[in-house]
Ligand binder design. Sequence first.
Ligand code: SF4
Ligand code: SF4
Length: 450
Amino acid sequence: MQLSHYTIIVKNYPEKEKHLLFNTRTQGMVKINEELRKLVENYYAPRNFSLKVKYCNELEQLYKMGILVNNEEDDRKKLGSFFHQLKHDVRKSCLQATILTTYACNFQCVYCFEEGSRKDVSMDISTADQAMQWLKKNIERLGYESLSITFYGGEPLLNKPVLEHIATHLKNWCEKKNIGFKFTLQTNGYLMTPECIDKYLKLGLCRARVSVDGPADVHDLNRPLRGGGKTFDRIMENILASIDKVTICISTSYQQDDIGHIEKLLDYFDKLGILNKLDDFVFSPIQPSLGPNSQPKQIRMVECMGNYEDEVLVSANTKIQELMRKRKLPFKGGMTVTACPLTMENGSVVIDQEGRIYKCNSMLGYPEFAVGDVRQDEFNDRNKEFVNIDAWKKCPEDCVYLPMCSGGCRFMSYLYNKNFTTPVCKKNYLDKMTPAFIKREYEALTGTAQ
Ligand code: SF4
Ligand code: SF4
């Protein structure tokens, strides 16, 4: 047996001569003492060790957690099956689908990435019906136990008839089939009135994710109404009126490592008395994008795993972590194990307003990257191409981050390399951030967060 390539040791934490072992494939975490650390760090011995060996029970436990493996071949084999499972398994507990009710938006954000690439088209009832038909077929074919929809845009509340048509129909259908149903609104918050929330709660609304870019001055500068006009005060009124009815989460973007506006926004929420009522916060850096064909420098936010790689963003992320920690607010660390959803056979889908199916929000507006259409049962060849990408195979076998990074974000690869197959290495970022993520994870597990 030997230490898995995918085990990280965080030394002298939570105290001197105590160490955390964390495996990026199994997410197994354990605290060990100095003597055991020295033993496992240089451990090369068969698994059937004698019971006389000191720590034999602990070693067996570490093996079961994937922290120790039989040998390098075993490590690699387990990694291969792990990726195979991530890519091909059906997570039957829930089908997650994002539906764009419209590309229209009542805001004109300064960094809007959809501005140049979108066609200002809204979903019509007939496309909505076909989208629902497609979802229902897939739920039945793959045996999903629940359906979770995110309504997205543009601004999804600019096409309420279609949103309500879909939610009403799917809720009824799911109830009849004994399948769970819920939906999330991804909104700018301007039209999210308490009346609208009351109505949508009856249709399955469980959460609203509202984009707020800082305190009033920053937000109003970044996210004005189309044609001009402030938006902050009205969004806050809506949040205040709805916070006790529905779970609300806040999305905030930042540029460079300047997070002053985030701190001020938290202060503002605190003053309103709702800071601890908000569910969670998502902070996204503004990143370069494909951009519309005529303006390749357009910027956009990229979700998932591809965001952080340069020194500035490491610095921003460290500051945000510290800030959230000081305020005792939840902040998702980034240690999640995931394959890029683009390469998953049965992962989440995004359906645009014309019925095209995508697997990555970042590719919306680029029909050449659609993997299918709700009017057809089968995915297209682009889907096969995406599913067959195994960028991780081009990475060094012993990269400790392989299971959680798998070669990085495919969209970023396209941006930088003009192909989907080259790994986009975030090692620099991960080296700097991972020990802190592991420590936060340990604190959350043991309830020792300060
Ligand atoms: S390419 Fe994959 S990891 Fe990157 S944004 Fe799209 S789905 Fe997420
Ligand atoms: S892209 Fe870099 S960090 Fe990610 S798995 Fe490959 S070598 Fe490791």
